[in-house]
Design a protein around this ligand. Structure first.
Ligand code: ADE
Length: 238
């Protein structure tokens, strides 16, 4: 993890199943302070944008040195970890990409701050620009933690119940059905009767109908993709 704010790590990654998995040696994180590669007395890491405008840009020499302290620029070091750059300009992170990353050899992640990173470093180091959503954070640290949490929970041995990853949103392509637990009556609202019927078939059908309804209402994009997938595979018995 390359960052100007090493204190932000491990942050939330130290808690819950993700933190336990680190303690069990299932994954590990190394943090590099980009400012350690600053050259002047003031440890300056940024400069004004060429062409003018607001904000500051991370200096290419310092960013490149920080990156090269972790991954070799020639790509011949046997280190085939992807080099990711967290930025709202990036390609939106998906569960598919998360799965690929989790199945891979690990990753190197650069957290941007200020207005961003000099484009030449992104090009020369072959950085993969990743966004976690269409909103702007103050920096890449929280985005990196979100991405890592999503990856780590897919590593073998991290989730207690191995079924839980397969059933959830984005694995089925639909959003999840609503969940309830006792008491049966809460503030005048009852658990849907079908869930207490003992009829597993009826429960499955109800859940499926809920998933479809919720997905249609909230995420027409996912619903269209779902319909298209079904159209592409008419032999499926859904
Ligand atoms: N840095 C700032 N905003 C971001 C976002 N939405 N995704 C990834 N990195 C970011």
């Amino acid at each position: 993890m390359l960052t100007l704010y090493p204190d932000a790590f491990p942050g939330v990654l130290d808690t819950s199943i993700i933190g336990t998995a680190a303690k069990n040696g299932l994954w590990q994180l190394e943090t590099v302070d980009i400012r350690d590669f600053a050259v002047n007395r003031h440890r300056t890491v940024d400069g004004p944008p060429a062409g003018g405008g607001a904000g500051l840009v991370l200096k290419p020499d310092i960013s490149a040195k920080a990156i090269d302290s972790v991954v070799r620029p020639d790509g011949n070091s046997g280190d085939d970890r992807p080099l990711l750059y967290m930025t709202p300009r990036g390609k939106p992170l998906t569960q598919d990409r998360v799965k690929q990353l989790a199945a891979g050899p690990g990753l190197v992640c650069f957290c941007g701050r200020f207005e961003g990173l000099d484009e030449r470093v992104i090009e020369s180091r072959g950085m993969e620009e990743v966004s976690i959503g269409d909103f702007v954070l103050a920096g890449g640290e929280v985005a990196a933690q979100a991405m890592i949490e999503a990856c780590v929970r897919l590593l073998p041995g991290v989730l207690g119940n191995s079924d839980s990853a397969a059933e959830e949103s984005f694995e089925t392509g639909l959003l999840e059905y609503p969940l309830y637990t006792k008491p049966r009556m809460f503030e005048g609202r009852e658990i849907p009767a079908v869930l207490s019927s003992g009829d597993h078939g009826a429960v499955d059908r109800w859940r499926r109908a809920q998933m479809e309804e919720i997905t249609k209402a909230r995420r027409p994009d996912l619903w269209d993709a779902h319909l298209k997938r079904q159209g592409d595979s008419p032999s499926r018995s859904e």
